[in-house]
Design a protein around this ligand. Structure first.
Ligand code: MN3
Length: 201
């Protein structure tokens, strides 16, 4: 079964003006679609062709010969998670998640500022994540380089992510990554999605 490009959970103009329809059109329709297409090319006629996306990521992460597959398959997961991490509708952490955010970051506002700071500082291309760590039972902010994903770390459960590759913001913000991040954190974080992910832990 080929890996599928999931539908965007909203229309291309839904995140405007924070993220323009033009950015979404390229980011979803060219970049994300390209990762799906390349993943399928790489597994075609291979023993991996019937694996699901999660298995492809875990298998390829463990074998450097499969790095091209890892890069593309992980980007398929990361992008779907990113689309779901954004939503134009107002939402907020539920009581359980709010309590954990305040416990681990001091306040919701401190979390937001720390998330922006960590994502701004990620050198080059990558991702910023709010994750739950089962090791010490706390929420953490982490960043990953390029296609790296917390999915390969069994102790981490991602709740939200932000894409900080330049293709995510350059048309709208040029080099101003921090402005893109502030717009997302202030206006677009999908706390309903974070709540669902946290409830499953
Ligand atoms: Mn991207």
């Amino acid at each position: 079964m080929p890996i599928l490009l999931p539908d965007l959970p909203y229309d291309l103009s839904a995140l405007s003006p924070d993220i323009s329809a033009e950015t979404l059109s390229y980011h979803y329709g060219k970049h994300h679609a390209g990762y799906v297409q390349t993943t399928n090319q790489l597994i075609k006629n291979s023993p991996l062709k019937d694996k699901n996306l999660t298995d492809l990521i875990l298998i390829s992460a463990a074998d450097t010969v499969l790095t091209p597959l890892f890069n593309n398959a992980a980007q398929c997961f990361n992008h779907t998670f990113y689309w779901n991490s954004l939503n134009p509708n107002a939402s907020k952490p539920n009581l359980e998640l709010e309590t954990a955010l305040i416990r681990d970051f001091g306040s919701i506002n401190t979390f937001k500022q720390d998330f922006i700071t960590a994502a701004t500082k990620r050198f080059g291309s990558g991702w910023a994540w709010l994750v739950y760590s089962s090791t010490d039972k706390t929420l953490k902010i982490i960043t990953t380089a390029n296609a790296e994903t917390p999915l390969t770390q069994p102790t981490l459960t991602p709740l939200l992510c932000i894409d900080v590759w330049e293709h995510a913001y350059y048309l709208d913000y040029q080099n101003r990554r921090a402005d893109y991040l502030k717009a997302i954190v202030d206006n677009l974080l999908n706390w309903d999605f974070a709540n669902q992910n946290f409830d499953k832990i």
